[in-house]
Design a protein around this ligand. Structure first.
Ligand code: SAH
Ligand code: SF4
Ligand code: F3S
Length: 437
């Protein structure tokens, strides 16, 4: 068995985990193929943050119930950890179930499978290690993910992550710095630091750097042009992070700070550990920074007990902050989470109504915000080319997509380069412009 196919669902942590899994497999002589039909080993790296995400893997697996003969199916990631051996009952053709806290054991689990092992599992959560490998196969030639912290020690009432990714574990600063330096040496110019809660990063080695120190040091690495990070938890988000962004333009002027709700009562029931006012204090730090920091967030509508008045607080928060972008979701009841026991579940239809209102409001805010940058010149990292529109696709430091034309192009590829672009038009989700070189 030497060919494998992998499909990844979920967040950037999962995307990056898959890059590490792919590297591990390739180093053992496996070849990655483009379709599950061609593969002998079919892997799904799964997400269980909402019910819809979880259902995707079972619908994939059911497609192969009959035609899966001879293939080994593996379920990785958060559904694997959450459902464990129950997956073998739901889908008997699955041969491997492994959660992210056990990926260090993958080479050993692969040997078991190669030797004909069935129902192979890696489900321990109490590992101290993070999954690091020099074999990582990065998918993007310019922008690289770096995990700095795994797991989560918070206990938001709606969330499965503490159960699926285990307790918080930080990597040593020396190993993070080394990986960032190596990436710069081989030509990466942008790195994105990953963790479920990067703000609680704490270097386990004696130097004991906190997150802001790590950020500042990475931004000094020669060759790196952009450093981003995600996700920030408001409770642990300190002013020193804003100061670090102000002090070094290599740190992108972009922060994702999930609020979830604008109502202090709902935040309390969610066990988010901050009030609306405390959250707004963090927004004020960013708004009064010297640089113009783009702010994005996550919103959940229809959390148990969310009244119309609570919901209106979320709408007023959107107006007050004027986010550059948001991700918004209907509350989805998740196994084992404390919110399951809360009274006042909101009907699906009402959640849908609230979600539409949030999204329409935010769309208007984004058009307004994006229109304000028309006429300005922004530096973009060129990430692609759209043949249909004959436009290059760039990304600004604030993480906006800026599609642009380049007239003195003499046909040369701009991919991976940085150049100044004048913004000429604005839509709700992207900007358009022309290069000024
Ligand atoms: N660690 C990150 C969250 C990762 S999950 C943080 O704390 O910000 C990404 C987002 O999914 C969350 O911010 C939340 O908005 C949403 N989410 C998590 N659990 C959910 C659930 N049960 N129902 C709906 N949305 C959920
Ligand atoms: Fe989930 Fe909360 Fe942890 Fe984020 S901080 S991963 S929402 S428990
Ligand atoms: Fe999903 Fe797990 Fe990420 S539940 S959002 S893949 S941490």
């Amino acid at each position: 068995m030497k060919s494998f196919y992998i499909e990844t669902f979920g967040c950037q942590m999962n995307v990056h985990d898959s890059e590490k899994v792919i590297g591990t497999l390739v180093a053992r002589g496996y070849r990655q193929v483009e379709t599950p039909e061609e593969a002998e080993l079919v892997l799904y790296n799964t997400c269980s943050i909402r019910d819809k995400a979880e259902q995707k893997v079972f619908s994939r697996l059911s497609q192969f119930k009959r035609s899966g003969n001879g293939k080994v199916f593996g379920v990785l990631g958060c559904v694997a950890q959450q459902e464990g051996e129950r997956i073998f009952e739901k889908a008997p053709h699955v041969g491997l179930v492994c959660g992210s806290a056990s990926y260090n054991r993958l080479p050993e689990l692969l040997v078991q499978i190669e030797n004909g092992g069935r129902k192979v599992t890696g489900l321990d959560l109490d590992t101290d290690d993070t999954f690091e490998t020099p074999l990582t196969r990065r998918d993007n030639p310019h922008r690289a993910f770096i995990t700095i912290i795994e797991g989560c020690d918070k206990s938001c009432a709606y969330c499965v992550v503490p159960y699926t990714r285990g307790p918080e574990r930080s990597r040593t600063s020396a190993s993070v710095m080394e990986e960032a330096r190596q990436l710069a040496l081989v030509g990466y110019t942008e790195v994105q630091l990953l963790g479920q809660n990067v703000n609680s990063y704490r270097d386990p080695s004696p130097s004991a750097w906190d997150f802001a120190t790590l950020l500042a040091r990475i931004a000094e690495i020669p060759g790196l042009h952009r450093v981003r990070f995600t996700t920030s938890h408001p409770r642990d988000f300190g002013k020193e992070i804003v100061d670090a962004i102000d002090a070094n333009p290599v740190l992108c002027d972009q922060v994702h700070l999930p609020v979830q709700s604008g109502s202090t009562q709902v935040l309390g029931r969610m066990q988010r550990l901050y009030t609306r006012d405390e959250y707004m204090r963090r927004i004020e730090w960013m708004k009064s920074a010297r640089r113009s920091i783009a702010i994005s967030t996550d919103i959940i509508v229809g959390f148990p007990g969310e009244t119309e008045a609570d919901f209106e607080q979320t709408l007023s928060l959107l107006d007050e902050v004027e986010y550059d972008s948001i991700f918004s979701f209907k509350y989805s009841p998740r196994p084992n989470t404390p919110a399951l026991r809360l009274v006042g579940q909101v009907p699906e239809e009402e959640k849908g109504r609230r979600l539409t209102i949030v999204q329409e409001k935010q769309r208007a805010i984004q058009i307004r915000r994006n229109t304000r940058v028309v006429g300005s010149v922004q530096e973009v990292l060129v990430e692609g080319y759209n043949r249909a529109t004959c436009q290059w696709i760039g990304r600004t430091s604030q993480n906006r997509v800026l599609n642009f034309t380049h007239s003195n192009g003499d046909g040369k590829s701009l991919l991976g380069g940085y150049l100044p672009v004048r913004v000429t038009r604005a839509g709700p989700n992207s900007l358009a412009g022309e290069s000024v070189l």
